[in-house]
Design a protein around this ligand. Structure first.
Ligand code: CA
Length: 234
């Protein structure tokens, strides 16, 4: 990167040959690489901040799903799952528990590097720190976790903040209840769809003048929710 700050990647893989090759390719691209061979080691290392995690699904002490699930409890770092299982079900499961992408073994290291770059690019885009809508009526500060409505602070729960940020980040696109559950909880949990409605209701109560004619969060019947605030020029 031209900022001089190299992005750091954690590679969790018990097969040394594979992690060695992956490390080589990533370091050649200028990334800082840390490796872990077990789930336990990975979880210990994950208390540090990484820009991306490459995670093998099959580790000697625990499954990649479990690590990913635990990681998602407090982090939205991009995760690429390495899997030897190419079954459709495993792929969907991999993404359902919060992995952002997956690569099936045997894979080409070049392809993996391309996926890493694409994912980091995507993650970089969402790193915008503050948002402002409807001529400053609604402002959000991502780092401070602060929302201001007409200049006054609105106190949101962490879940409400996550929902609002996710919707705003996907402005104009409908997010389904299932997607919001996954974003909020880090994994899909059947039967939790209706609690999303309850959170959105509370959120609207706090930021909308008239919930029946929302300015920011629109209900798309039978599908989910869409953010309709008009972004202000930066
Ligand atoms: Ca393995």
């Amino acid at each position: 990167m031209d900022t001089g700050q190299r992005e750091s990647i954690l590679v969790v893989e018990d097969e040394k040959k594979i992690s060695g090759i992956v490390r080589g390719y990533l370091e050649r691209e200028g990334y800082r690489v840390t490796t872990a061979e077990t789930g336990e080691q990975a979880l210990r290392l994950l208390s540090e901040a990484f820009d991306l995690v490459i995670l093998d699904l099959m580790l000697p002490d625990m499954g990649g799903e479990e690590i990913c699930g635990r990681l998602r409890e407090n982090s939205d770092v991009p995760v690429i799952m390495l899997t030897a299982k190419s079954g459709e079900e495993d792929r969907i499961r991999g993404l359902g528990i919060g992995a952002d992408d997956y690569v099936v073994k045997p894979f080409s290291p070049r392809e993996l590097v391309a996926r890493v770059k694409a994912l980091l690019r995507r993650a970089g885009k969402t790193k915008k720190k503050s948002f402002s809508y409807n001529r400053g009526r609604l402002r959000m500060d991502v780092e401070l976790h602060e929302v201001m409505l007409e200049g006054s602070q609105v106190v949101l729960t962490p879940t409400e903040f996550k929902i609002l940020l996710s919707l705003a980040d996907n402005s104009g696109r409908v997010l389904s209840r299932e997607q919001l559950v996954t974003i909020v909880q880090g994994y899909d949990f059947e039967g939790y769809d209706r609690t999303i409605d309850a959170h959105v209701k509370n959120l609207r109560h706090k930021i909308e003048k008239d919930s029946r004619e929302p300015e920011f969060i629109k209900t798309v019947y039978g599908v989910g929710y869409k953010f309709i605030g008009i972004p202000d020029a930066d």
